[in-house]
Design a protein around this ligand. Structure first.
Ligand SMILES: *Cc1c(COP(=O)(O)O)cnc(C)c1O
Length: 373
């Protein structure tokens, strides 16, 4: 039987850091520091430093992080928020949760991120913010996006759920807009052992607002300044994330090495691969190829699966085509729709070896030759 190449390998990662993780979990349990508390605070300080942000506020998941960040920068019911449809559904959901309306614009075909040229035609008097999504770990073209936002008085909240330690012109994701949201879903580059997320910002008022909102609008144990909610991070997740953050630089470097190996093999074979914007360095949450027009993606996936190679599609149905958002009557987005039909995600995780990358590339190239014949 051929050896399997999984899509991600969380078991291999746990095996490599088991003593550290087990000790961290035992400490939280011994202290009964289950909700927020010192382990979450320690992680917040460390993650803010890792991003180069002034503040990090740990929350319950990445979707809540985006909603809380948008709310904190002033987005309210009735507003329009410009974002992309080529993203995980949660991006749109977080906007809708505030009673605001997502206005979807197209992406750039080569980088799969928000096309800055699409923003201005979508601005109306109701627009209050832009949510650029650093999809697959590749930062958006933030200089032009921020320039447009400043000119129109719009706030910018990065959806950095896939982009821990991604770099844009010497600054990291999470510091490029007015605020940013991160997800620590287990499969993300920095993954908890359950749900978790965070907001980063340089603005102390935004951080204070999120800190209050995530914990019932509390000023003190029994005093509530505003009606908030419960979006707190667990102590166990804080402790686990703090341990894993210590490895994130080397894991990210390993992802970048694997991505460079994929790039070299696949581009030499004439395949189109999603690349970072000018000045951007991806965190390579996913490694995505754009299959040639007309290729049957399902057949390619099945042929690779037969050889033990797992693949994914991120994302087959863009947000503006989701049944849940049909009432928006969103106009067509040609680049998004083409990309959604043709994108294919290959195995990508820090433990991926050069030999595995070679096997995936050889198999994909052979399958596509057969498909084209
Ligand atoms: C994972 C993800 C989210 C949501 O994060 P959760 O922690 O699962 O709530 C939001 N946006 C993008 C782009 C994501 O990949």
């Amino acid at each position: 039987m051929t050896a399997q190449i999984p899509f991600v390998d969380l078991k291999a990662q746990y095996a490599a850091i088991k003593p550290e993780i087990d000790a961290a979990m035992a400490a939280v349990i011994a202290d009964c520091a289950f909700i927020q508390g010192p382990y979450v605070e320690r992680f917040e300080t460390a993650f803010a430093a890792a991003c180069g942000a002034a503040h990090c506020v740990g929350v319950s998941n990445g979707t809540a992080a985006l909603t809380l960040a948008l709310e904190a920068v002033g987005v309210k019911a009735g507003d329009e928020v410009i974002t992309v449809a080529h993203t995980f559904f949660a991006t749109a959901e977080a906007i809708c949760a505030l009673g605001a309306t997502p206005v979807f614009v197209d992406v750039d075909a080569a980088t799969a991120t928000l096309d800055p040229a699409a923003i201005e035609p979508a601005i109306t008097e109701r627009t209050s913010a832009i949510v650029p999504v650093h999809l697959y770990g590749g930062p958006c073209a933030m200089d032009p996006i921020m320039e447009i936002a400043r000119r129109h008085g719009l706030k910018v909240v990065e959806d950095a759920a896939q982009a821990h330690l991604a770099d844009y012109r010497g600054r990291r994701a999470g510091t490029l807009g007015d605020a940013a949201s991160f997800s620590f879903y287990p499969g993300k580059n920095l993954g908890a052992y359950g749900d978790a997320g965070a907001v980063t910002t340089d603005d102390p008022a935004v951080a204070a607002r999120v800190r209050s909102q995530r914990d019932h609008g509390r000023r003190s144990k029994y005093e509530h300044d505003v009606v908030g909610a419960n979006h707190r991070m667990d102590g166990l997740q804080g402790a686990i994330l703090d341990v894993k953050l210590g490895h994130l630089e080397s894991w990210t470097a390993a992802r970048r090495r694997a991505a460079a190996a994929y790039d070299a093999r696949l581009r030499a074979a004439g395949l189109e691969t999603v690349r970072p914007v000018d000045g951007g360095t991806s965190a390579h949450h996913l490694y995505v190829v754009t299959l040639p027009e007309g290729v049957d993606r399902g057949a390619v996936q099945a042929a690779l699966a037969e050889q033990g190679i797992a693949t994914g599609v991120h994302y087959p149905v863009p947000c503006h085509r989701q049944p849940a958002l049909a009432a928006l009557n969103a106009p067509p987005l040609p680049v998004t729709e083409r990309l959604a039909a043709r994108c294919l995600s290959l195995p990508m995780f820090p433990e991926l070896t050069d030999a595995q990358v070679d096997r995936v590339c050889a198999a994909l190239i052979a399958v596509l030759r057969r498909e084209a014949a």
